[in-house]
Design a protein around this ligand. Structure first.
Ligand code: COA
Length: 164
């Protein structure tokens, strides 16, 4: 993936996993494997990153990716809802962002179909292949989550993604 261009070997992957363990201990990122129920295979990753929880801040940002041969099955959307439950429930955060490059149509669909509010464009937000890209910023507050959760809960209990 363009933003993980450094990661090519098994050693890189091990290093990445060790990094996620360190971040989890530090409370700055919580990364999860997305496992397909039918096959028990790891088909992607989803995480709560840039977690800031102190006297002043109470926020984080969501990131996700799904193996290219398993996209279009609702896995990223389901993982996003579960991360939001973790963020607002277990961590008690006040705000969670989903930032997406404007040309990433598939990823944009995720906050849009969940009804997450679009707040605006953060310019020059991330460097990818040597160029700074803008991000569309979608965000929920804890109050938004409480309002949207009943709808998502029904969706999850009706099977959510196809689950392979
Ligand atoms: C973006 C990404 C996470 C989506 O994962 P996913 O599990 O396919 O997502 P979902 O199935 O939950 O839904 C995403 C939307 O994209 C559409 N989509 C997914 N794969 C598609 C494909 N191959 N062709 C066309 N549309 C596709 C889905 O139909 C869905 O829209 P809809 O509900 O209106 O039909 C995945 O494509 C990916 O990992 N991309 C590369 C990494 C990336 O861009 N991460 C996000 C950074 S912000």
């Amino acid at each position: 993936m363009p933003w993980e261009a450094w990661s090519k070997t098994l050693a890189d992957t091990r290093g990445y996993i060790r990094g996620t363990v360190r971040s989890r201990r530090a409370g700055t990122s919580f990364d999860f494997a997305v496992v397909e129920a039918a096959t028990r295979e790891v088909v992607g990753c989803a995480g709560l990153n840039f977690v800031m929880k102190d006297r002043v801040h109470s926020r984080a940002s969501i990131g996700y990716w799904i193996r290219s041969d398993r996209t279009g099955r609702g896995y990223a959307t389901e993982a996003t809802v579960l991360l939001l439950v973790f963020a607002f429930g277990s961590l008690g955060l006040e705000r969670v962002e989903i930032r997406v490059a404007p040309r990433n149509a598939r990823s944009l669909r995720i906050p849009e179909k969940l009804g997450v509010r679009y707040e605006g464009t953060a310019r020059a937000s991330e460097r990818v292949r040597g160029r700074f890209l803008d991000h569309r910023v979608y965000a929920l507050t804890a109050g938004d989550f409480r309002r949207l959760w009943p709808r998502w809960k029904r969706w999850l209990s009706h099977g959510a993604s196809s689950r392979g």
